[in-house]
Design a binder for this molecule. Structure first.
Ligand code: NAP
Length: 448
């Protein structure tokens, strides 16, 4: 751990004391604080207005009971969350996660990161996040629908086009967003399309939203490589996960000439030296909602390794797109040993702090999730725009917009890192650029 600036250390200690046991939240706060020393030195007005203390305290935290009935008539209870972290730049915006590991510390880490990511996206959106400790795995369609309806029955009181606009995240895709939107519409008697993003195309969704996070991550990688005088063409790529972000990261990397040789789910990994057959992955994951091991039984060139160590598969570009803290120091060392040149976070906080340090010290280009995976939320903001104007853009136009946004985020991170004397440090660039934008808006809004 590096030492924090002397004005930031007591604030960090206060965060630890006020939010006991929320380890991921502590980690996310510290990661941002480690970049802010030069900023607080340059801007005493932030200290006087207690901007950092206010940023670490969510505007509102909602925790609620989610009762639902399974197909056998058995009643279950889950816990739902919505943390409305910061609305200085616009309505709260951030996804909903359904996963058994969800608790307040996870939602707060995600919500905190979302503030800076949304600022970096250049869109007028604040930061928030929600979810439930519900495990959708193995649940029937009808069970998922009843869960979503119960979840929205409470959430509906707290969201709205100008208030808080949730989207998907782990375990929440187009199907779940559709059920939640349906319940919201029923409860409010209002076809308020802009209340949720990530909707299906037939109910007000936007083209390229599904692809946006994965595509955006790879566009960011291409920009980093371009700045270093290189490109993705012909490079070996390894992607963790096989969900929404991973699938479309593989798609875009392949379109740009990369060769994706491995991906994973929480049971194991597949390695396919001929390049992953993405149609097969989509069939297994998006259509059948199945397990990755099925790939190896259908594709002869593939190997499946139960619990396999994905980061030991040699590659030049590594894209962690599964979950938080999935790439640790030993994984980073393996990547460095095998000649990896770029690591870009498609997932949120997938790389541990020690691993980030090791990668950067070894000269690996490292893109933090706040910047690299901001294409998803940026395209959600485009969906809000289309809903507000009753418009529907073409795939080409939407993809072009995504490209512009990702290139602008890359440029902003790189320029900010230069300005603060840390060229090539995308972590510092992203944290400082996102933070100063939100801090200035908070100053302008007064003490609220
Ligand atoms: P998803 O569609 O639910 O996919 C998650 C994938 O990661 C699944 O393949 C899952 O495997 C795998 N996974 C989860 N936990 C794992 C573990 N412990 N070890 C190995 N694999 C694991 O979720 P997603 O939307 O792609 O989100 C993935 C990450 O991207 C999350 O960190 C999310 O916060 C972040 N993110 C998402 C978006 C978005 O637009 N969706 C935007 C920005 C950031 P199983 O199926 O076996 O669980």
């Amino acid at each position: 751990m590096s030492v924090l600036d002397e004005t930031l250390e007591p604030i960090y200690q206060q965060v630890l004391a006020r939010n006991p046991g929320e380890l991921e939240f502590h980690q996310a706060v510290r990661e941002v604080f480690e970049s802010l020393g030069p900023v607080v030195a340059k801007h005493p007005e932030y200290r006087k207005a207690a901007i950092i203390e206010r940023l670490c305290e969510p505007e509102r935290q909602i925790i609620f009971r989610v009762p639902w009935t399974d197909d056998n008539g058995q009643v279950h209870i889950n816990r739902g969350f919505r943390v409305q972290f910061n609305s200085a730049l616009g309505p709260f915006k951030g996804g909903i996660r359904f996963h058994p590991s969800v608790y307040l510390g996870i939602i707060k880490f995600l919500g905190f990161e979302q503030i800076f990511k949304n600022a970096l996206s250049g869109m007028p959106i604040g930061g928030g996040k929600g979810g439930a400790d519900f495990n959708p795995r193995g649940r029937s369609d009808a069970e998922v629908m009843r869960f979503c309806q119960s979840f929205m029955t409470e959430l509906a009181r707290h969201v709205g086009e100008y208030v808080d606009v949730p989207a998907g995240d782990t375990g929440v895709g187009e199907r779940e967003i559709g059920y939640m939107f349906g319940q919201y519409k029923r409860l409010t008697n209002n076809y308020e399309s802009g209340v949720l993003t990530g909707k299906g195309l037939g109910i007000g969704g936007a083209r390229v939203r599904k692809e946006a996070t994965g595509y955006g991550t790879v566009i960011f990688v291409e920009e980093m490589l371009k700045a270093a005088g290189s490109s993705l063409d012909g490079r070996r790529v390894v992607v963790s996960g096989s969900g929404n972000v991973a699938i479309y990261a593989i798609e875009k990397a392949t379109q740009l000439g990369g060769i994706c040789v491995a991906c994973s789910d929480s049971d194991g990994i597949i390695i396919d030296e001929t390049g992953i057959d993405l149609d097969m992955i989509k069939q297994i994951k998006e259509v059948e909602r199945g397990r990755l091991r099925a790939y190896a039984s259908r594709v002869r060139s593939a190997r499946y390794i139960e619990d396999g160590p994905i980061w030991k598969v040699p590659c030049e570009v590594a894209l962690p797109c599964a979950t938080q803290n999935e790439l640790n120091l030993r994984d980073a060392q393996a990547l460095i040993r095998n000649g990896c040149r770029v690591v870009a976070e498609g997932a949120n906080m997938p790389t541990t702090p020690e691993a980030v340090r090791a990668l950067m010290e070894a000269g690996v280009l490292f893109a933090p999730g706040k910047a690299a995976n901001a294409g998803g939320v940026a395209t959600s903001a485009l969906e809000m725009q289309q809903n507000a104007s009753r418009d529907s853009w073409s795939f080409e136009h939407s993809e072009e917009k995504l490209g512009e946004i990702m290139r602008a985020i890359h440029a902003r991170c790189a320029e900010t890192a230069d300005e603060y004397g840390m060229p090539g440090n995308y972590v510092a660039g992203a944290n400082i650029a996102g933070f100063t934008q939100v801090a200035d808006a908070m100053l302008a809004l007064g003490v609220i």
